[in-house]
Design a protein around this ligand. Structure first.
Ligand code: MLT
Length: 392
């Protein structure tokens, strides 16, 4: 018996597990301290009432023979896919219900999609990067190339025509930097992918946080249907981090190497995934109802105000940052030339505030730090006051 040796090439711990462990150790050693966690992007507001009602009704259905449900359809129930299709329409993008797969979240799909691609494809990620794209491809033994996002390009890496890759992960608004691509920038990526016969895996998990006139979907860009797959999630949009539901869009015409990508992914899902539970799919559909949209937007506005509070403190302190405007994340340069983990320790020990060290997201994250706006208001204000007192 042999283990997959590619695992030896991973960093020892998943970033957020590392942060959680360090925080737990500090908390255990300092039980009197009130620690404020603005590290992992986990939501704090409850599910919207209309979503909870739908979930309860879904659970009740399971209690009766007439309304009981067993295995769901592999691609998700049609009424949920119709609701998602309608949501795309609300911001002017055409995606038909039969191009959508309902899943347990964008993280799983971003990792699992690699199953359908050959091992010898080269993968491009922008750096800093959500670790899942990198780790999933290291596990599969793929070669990874990095496109630098940095202060020079506003943390929006662009394609380099002299580099040939096959799979491109993009995340906009970006995790971790909060920077969001413009339509022109995305068009450049689409053109690059078309020219190189590559596929873009577009993570739009944070699209609901866009406030400016920026694309909410890669499919807003001409040519994307011939080169892109989009993954989205209700985790941040509707507070589903624990409930688990997301969706992946694969245009029917998308094909590579003589294979329909939709059909290949369907085959993969039917083999390895039995779908999202009935109560959760009922809850997901409610997110896209008129009342659901109204209620979740209230929650998003609450987090956006937290982001504004954090950003304005950084403005006051004269600290460079990106994000916060179209994103729940604020990506800041560590003050006084500190390294990412150095600043992590400094903030934890002196302000009892937890953030995520930028270095954990890649080479270009060195010297940077991420704060999330998903905390509750009181704690966010308190954290900001402590940070201001410490750094003034
Ligand atoms: C994050 O903090 O980057 C996210 O919560 C991680 C995730 O969505 O998996």
């Amino acid at each position: 018996m042999k283990i997959n040796k590619n695992f030896d090439n991973l960093v020892p711990n998943y970033l957020f597990a590392d942060v959680a462990k360090k925080t737990a150790d500090y908390a255990a050693a300092n039980p009197d301290k009130k620690i404020i966690r603005l590290g992992i992007g986990d939501v704090t507001l409850p599910l919207a009432p209309v979503v909870v009602e739908a979930m309860k009704r879904g659970a009740e259905n399971l209690a009766h023979k007439e309304s009981f449900k067993g295995y769901p359809d592999y691609e998700g129930y049609a009424f949920v896919r119709e609701a998602i299709s309608g949501y795309y329409k609300s911001f002017g993008v055409t995606v038909s219900a039969d191009e959508i797969f309902v899943s347990d979240g964008a993280k799983s799909d971003c990792g699992n999609i690699g199953d359908i691609f050959a091992q010898d494809n080269t993968v491009l990620v922008t750096d800093p990067v959500y670790p899942v794209y990198v780790d999933a491809n290291i596990m599969a033994g793929r070669k990874i190339v990095y496109a630098a996002s940095n202060r020079g390009n506003g943390f929006a890496a662009m394609p380099d025509d002299s580099v040939k890759v096959d799979i491109i992960y993009l995340c906009s608004p970006n995790n971790p930097t909060g920077a969001a691509y413009t339509a022109e920038q995305l068009k450049a990526w689409v053109d690059y992918a078309l020219k190189n016969d590559a596929i873009i895996l577009y993570d739009s998990a944070y699209e609901a946080f866009i406030t400016e006139d920026l694309p909410r979907s890669i499919f807003a860009i001409e040519g994307a249907r011939q080169c892109a797959i989009e993954m989205c999630s209700l985790s941040k949009t509707a507070g589903f981090t624990g409930t688990r539901c997301g969706y992946t869009v694969i245009p029917k015409e998308l094909a590579r190497d003589g294979h329909s990508i939709y059909d290949t992914w369907y085959r993969r899902q039917a083999t390895k995934f039995n779908g999202v539970s009935w109560p959760v799919q009922c809850a997901a559909a409610a997110v896209f109802s008129e009342e659901g949209q109204r209620q979740i937007k209230e929650n998003i506005a609450y987090y956006q105000e937290n982001a504004r509070i954090i950003a304005s403190a950084l403005d006051e302190l004269g600290i460079y940052y990106t994000g916060g405007k179209n994103s729940p994340y604020i990506w800041l340069q560590c003050p006084n030339g500190m390294g990412s983990w150095e600043f992590f320790d400094f903030l934890l020990e002196n302000a009892n505030v937890v953030g995520t060290p930028g270095e954990g997201f890649g080479e270009n994250g060195k010297g940077f730090f991420r704060l999330t706006s998903f905390g509750d208001r009181e704690n966010t204000i308190e954290a900001v006051e402590r940070i201001k007192a410490l750094l003034k």
